[in-house]
Design a protein around this ligand. Structure first.
Ligand SMILES: NC(=O)c1ccc[n+]([C@@H]2O[C@H](COP(=O)([O-])OP(=O)(O)OC[C@H]3O[C@@H](n4cnc5c(N)ncnc54)[C@H](O)[C@@H]3O)[C@@H](O)[C@H]2O)c1
Ligand SMILES: [Zn+2]
Ligand SMILES: [Zn+2]
Length: 370
């Protein structure tokens, strides 16, 4: 079939919306009609050419939600008409990692996905016979996409697509960091660095876990106001004295849980140093620049602080994304507050501009006919 899609032709150039060919799903694959898709930093990062593992030409996009149109041979867990959220972090339920409760990092299709290929090592996307790669195994800046069954979470059909799509990346990453990676205990004190999509999600996750105090740190007053809306009890403008201020406001000890959601290694260090002596857990969500390292004075660790990282919030996508979407439908998560702009596929580059200007939290592409 012919589909309209936003193609990264060359790094550091605007995406080009055009017609591509999309082949039928093969065994274990599913054709999804994409109804909505968020524009995320990772798309922009790859488009910029700074990401050393990036490739082109490819169809970007990974924050998608849509409807199953066709299922390939052997697909059992999904049927035509199901509403789905796309998962750049799949869950095969069979590999050693999927069988362990300790991680959400599935091993099943990692190598091929990293190369922009579907699990059988080929692409369904092409242009005049030339293969076009599948970015993050999702390629949701397109009217339709073919994805592995194991990379689709079946969600409630009651969730509007423009809200459901936010669970495909940033929102689940933040919520999950608090709920599944750190497993915040009720009554605890938490500090979240960064009030973008991920940090605000982490604030909401801490609230859902019953944290007593949630301090959010950012450089933007406007974003700190948004953090209050998600449940932050205290807000703070970030700076060189942040650690001191946090330690002071927590009786001289630091917080039970800290979360870093900025991508800055100096903020990561602050997150470690403002975790509580004895048991404080610092969880890193941000993606640092190539070659950057995190400096930690070992004394912080010897005296009981722990440091961990969280990919996609530790969320086992097929099992837990539907649960998070249900909590939104139950009224526990204010997703509307994250949806700042609705744009069309043709305006995808405007989505990047809005993000660069920190205008709102998320722009969502809505596809016609949904
Ligand atoms: N681990 C994962 O699976 C995963 C998934 C998605 C995104 N990410 C990463 O998470 C990070 C956050 O993503 P986002 O979409 O929320 O980004 P964002 O740019 O919208 O938000 C980052 C926030 O950090 C704030 N900030 C910057 N410097 C700061 C400082 N010194 N002190 C306090 N706040 C500061 C900014 O003002 C901004 O509000 C990025 O690095 C992104 O790549 C990770
Ligand atoms: Zn993303
Ligand atoms: Zn697996």
């Amino acid at each position: 079939m012919r589909v309209r899609a936003a193609v990264l032709e060359q790094f550091a150039q605007p995406l080009a919306v055009q017609q591509l060919d999309l082949a039928e799903p093969r065994a274990g694959e599913v054709l999804v009609r994409v109804a909505a898709c968020g524009v995320c930093h990772t798309d922009m990062y790859t488009a910029s050419g700074v990401d050393p593992s990036g490739y082109a030409p490819t169809v970007l996009g990974h924050e998608g939600a849509g409807v199953v149109e066709v299922v390939g041979e052997g697909v059992r867990s999904l049927a035509v008409g199901d509403h789905v959220v796309t998962l750049f972090s799949p869950q095969c339920r069979e590999c050693e990692h999927c069988r362990s409760p300790k991680t959400n990092i599935c091993l099943a299709i990692r190598d091929q996905q990293g190369k922009g290929l579907l699990p059988d090592g080929t692409t369904r996307l092409s242009r005049d016979g030339e293969p076009i790669r599948h970015f993050m195994g999702t390629s949701t800046f397109a009217e339709y996409t073919v994805m592995p069954e194991i990379a689709l979470a079946k969600v409630s059909p009651e969730a509007p697509f423009d809200r459901a799509c936010l669970f495909a990346c940033g929102l689940s990453t933040g919520l999950g960091a608090a709920m599944y990676s750190a497993k915040v205990e009720s009554g605890s004190t938490c500090v979240v660095f960064g009030a973008g999509m991920v940090g605000l999600g982490a604030v909401a996750g801490c609230r859902l876990q019953g944290a007593e105090r949630i301090v959010c740190v950012d450089l933007s007053e406007e974003r700190l106001q948004r953090a209050r809306g998600q449940g932050a009890t205290d807000v703070m403008l970030g700076g060189p004295d942040t650690v001191e201020a946090i330690v002071e406001s927590t009786g001289g000890f630091g917080a039970d849980y800290t979360f870093e959601a900025t991508g800055s290694v100096s903020v990561m260090r602050q997150a470690v140093e403002s975790a509580r002596m004895g048991w404080g857990l610092a969880t890193m969500c941000g993606v640092a620049g190539k070659g950057e390292t995190l400096d930690i004075v070992p004394r912080y660790l010897i005296t009981g602080r722990r440091v961990a990282g969280s990919s996609f919030g530790g969320v086992k996508g097929r099992d837990q994304v539907p649960q998070l979407v249900q909590r939104y439908l139950d009224g526990d998560i204010d997703v509307d507050a994250f949806l700042s702009h609705r744009i069309t596929l043709d305006e995808v580059n405007k989505g990047f501009e809005l993000m660069e200007a920190q205008d709102g939290i998320r722009s969502v592409i809505e596809f016609g006919g949904s």
